[in-house]
Ligand binder design. Structure first.
Ligand SMILES: Nc1ncnc2c1ncn2[C@@H]1O[C@H](COP(=O)(O)OP(=O)(O)OP(=O)(O)O)[C@@H](O)[C@H]1O
Ligand SMILES: [Mg+2]
Length: 311
């Protein structure tokens, strides 16, 4: 039997969130009303929340030999993620995002650091061999590996793994050729509405679903407070969102991925994968940060029950 259900390859960075902030100006000091220091990055949030749900997860990524890197490893380990595939490189610094939040608006400033240097050569294939499924997040934030994702996925498939991809937003808005190549070896593609339309060069979500569905066996388009739509071959299913009062939406998509993949790896049918993805997305928006609602297993259960009770 395989030791891991999922191996996640992806970005690792911390988030420093400053709340209630005026616009910064050069040569001036201004005050924020509140702050929070948390784990950021799509891949790390998905891995953390998968582990919180009881999935056996390993992580492959890159950090610097610094305090932020230590923090990321500690947070992932605490959730039960196997961090032995994380490469520590003394020549680089762990990535960081400063979030200036004035809800519902926020501005993000990211220093990619180590994330920019993760390459195909950093992958420990023994760890990949121990998993049933490979997920990659944050495609566009990883310039040294994005061009090789097609090769990584092809090799993983040869080793018997299935693959999934969540690109998230492309800061350059190019949605390049390397992504289209990666999609040829992707089993489950998990974009949000806006990303899906850009990648498919489509004017509507429906059109994007059809176009992407011709390339990838399973396409799941996340649609925020509306829910999500799936196409698997000729099957098309819309899963409505659960009703919650959102506190903060960071990591909703990454948490949806965790719920969807957790159900998929249990062998559940597509409608159940969608339902559980939507439930985890809804749970995520009820707390601060991408992992806030998943940090404590008892509280996670209580949050899920409270949402299910409302339906
Ligand atoms: N306000 C909300 N109420 C209920 N569920 C929500 C809400 N917002 C998001 N979700 C759930 O989370 C899922 C993912 O959200 P969204 O479509 O915003 O993903 P995303 O844009 O990829 O997010 P991220 O910012 O994490 O990348 C949705 O499909 C839905 O299930
Ligand atoms: Mg997303």
């Amino acid at each position: 039997m395989k030791r891991l259900d999922v191996v996640v390859i992806g970005e690792l960075n911390i988030d420093l969130v400053l709340w209630g902030v005026p616009l910064p100006e050069y040569e001036k000091e201004k005050l924020a009303e509140d702050m929070r220091f948390t784990m950021g990055s799509s891949s790390a949030i998905t891995a953390h929340n998968l582990a919180a749900l009881g999935t056996r997860v390993g992580f492959i990524g890159k950090i610097g030999a610094d305090t932020f890197g230590d923090f990321m490893v500690k947070e992932l380990s605490r959730a039960g993620v196997d961090t032995s595939g994380i490469v520590r490189d003394e020549r680089v610094k762990t990535g960081a995002t400063v979030v200036l939040a004035n809800p519902p608006k926020k501005a993000l400033l990211t220093y990619l650091g180590a994330m920019a240097y993760l390459s195909i050569d950093d992958i420990n294939w023994d760890i990949v061999a121990q998993a049933r499924h490979l997920h990659l997040g944050g495609f566009f934030l990883q310039p040294s590996i994005r061009n090789d994702v097609a090769r990584v996925f092809a090799r993983a498939r040869e080793m018997g793994l299935t693959t999934s991809l969540d690109t998230n937003w492309d800061p350059e808005e190019q949605w390049g050729e390397d992504l289209l190549r990666a999609l040829e070896f992707t089993d489950i593609f998990l974009p949000n509405e806006e990303e899906a339309m850009r990648i498919a060069r489509a004017g509507t979500v429906k059109e994007a679903l059809e176009r992407l569905g011709e390339r990838v066996p399973v396409v799941v388009i996340k649609q925020g407070a509306k829910g999500a739509t799936l196409r698997a071959g000729n099957v098309r299913i819309f899963g409505p969102a659960f009703q919650v009062t959102p506190v903060e939406t960071t990591g909703a998509g990454d948490s949806f991925n965790a719920g969807f993949l957790h159900s998929y790896l249990k062998g559940e049918p597509w409608d159940e994968c969608l339902r559980f993805g939507n439930l985890c997305g809804a749970v995520a928006v009820t707390a601060l940060g991408g992992t806030g609602a998943f940090a404590d297993k008892e509280q996670l259960k209580a949050r899920m029950e409270s949402i299910l009770g409302k339906r």
